[in-house]
Design a protein around this ligand. Sequence first.
Ligand code: GLA
Length: 375
Amino acid sequence: MKTSILKILIAATLMFGVTQAEESIFGKLPDGQEVKIFVLTNASGMTVKVTEYGAILVSIEAADRNGKFADLSHGYDTLEGWLTNTSYFGSTVGRFGNRIADGKFSLDGKTYELATNNDPGGIHCHLHGGLKGYDKVLWKGETFEKKNSSGVIFTYTSKDGDEGYPGNLSMEVTYTLNNNNELIWEAKATTDAPTVLNLVHHSYWNLSGDAETSINDHELTLFADHYLPTNKGLIPTGDKAPVAGTPMDFTKPHLIGERVGDQFEALKFGGGYDHAWVLSGQKEGELTRAAKLRDPKTGRTMEILTNQPAIQFYGGNFLDGTVTGKGEITYEHRTALCLETEGWPDAPNNPKAPSAILRPGETYSHKMVHRFSAE
Ligand code: GLA
C-alpha cells in the first residue's frame, strides 16, 4: 500500500514538472562508514544516480529518438564494484586532474613532489591526484529540490599535504539535473594557502546504451581549432598546434573511427585519441560550447559546454576487457569515451598555460553542462 502511494506521489510531482531527489544508503566502506546514493529524476523521466564515494556519477538514463531510456555510462552496479574503480569511471578527479610531468611542480619558489602513479609510453608522471585522489574519498552529500531542477551538493576538505599538495582545500561539487535535460557538474573550491588544482569530471560515455558496442561509430564535434601535442608520455609539449589538415580536426562532425588509425604521431603516442583540445572563441571563464557527441543509431546527442579552457577527448584506448562492470559486462577496447573539460594538462609546469594556481581569497569555479537530446 505504502509503495503505491509513493509511486502516485512521484508520478504526480513529475506531472507538474517538479524534479525529484531521493537518497538511500548505497553501502559501507571497509572502515564501516556509510555511503549514500542519490537518485535525481526530471519531468521527462531522465534519471541520474550519484554517490558520496568519489562524488561519482553512478548512472544516467536518457531517451533515444523513440523515447527508449538506457544507461549511457560505464561503471558498476554496487559500491563494492565502485571500490575497485581504477579507470576513474564517473569520477570527480583531483586535486590536479590529468597529468603533471615527473610528478613535480614548483610554486612560489618551493618544489613539490607528488606520486608518479602513471607511466604512458614508459614515462612516469602524476595522474588524477595520485594514489588516493578525490575519486577515492568519501564526500558528504546534501540534496536540494527546485521547481525545474534538483540535485546534490557534495562537500569535502582535502588537508594540507594530502597527496603532497599544499593548502587545506575546501570543495563543493554539485550535480544538478534540470527539466531541459541538462546534467550540470559544477566544482567550487577555496584554499588557505597557494595550491594548484584542476578538478575534472571523468565519466565514460556510450550514447547507444549498449556498453558492448564500440564508440567508433559515434559522431564527434570539438569546438576547437587547436590541440596540445604531447611527448610519448602524454605530457603536452607546451604549445598549441592547429588541428586543420590533421586527424585531430573535429571542427566539423566526424565519426570517431574514421581517422583513428591514421599514421599521425599524436595518435601513435596516445594509442588513439587521448589529448586536450583548446576551445576556440572563449572569453576567459565564460560558458562556451566545447563538444557535441551523437550516436547516429539511436539519435541520442550530448552537447558539452564549459567555462574551462580545454577538453580532454580520451577514446577509451586503455579499456581492454579486463574490467567487468554493470550487468556483468566486460568493457572492451573503445566501448566508451571521455570528454573531460579541464585546465591544460601539466599547467603547473607550463608558463604558456592558463594558470592552475589558486590563492587564498580566490574561488575556483569549474562548470560543465551535459545537454541531452535525441535527433
Ligand atoms: C584520462 C587520461 C587517459 C587515461 C584516463 C584514465 O582520460 O587522459 O590517458 O589515463 O584518464 O584511464
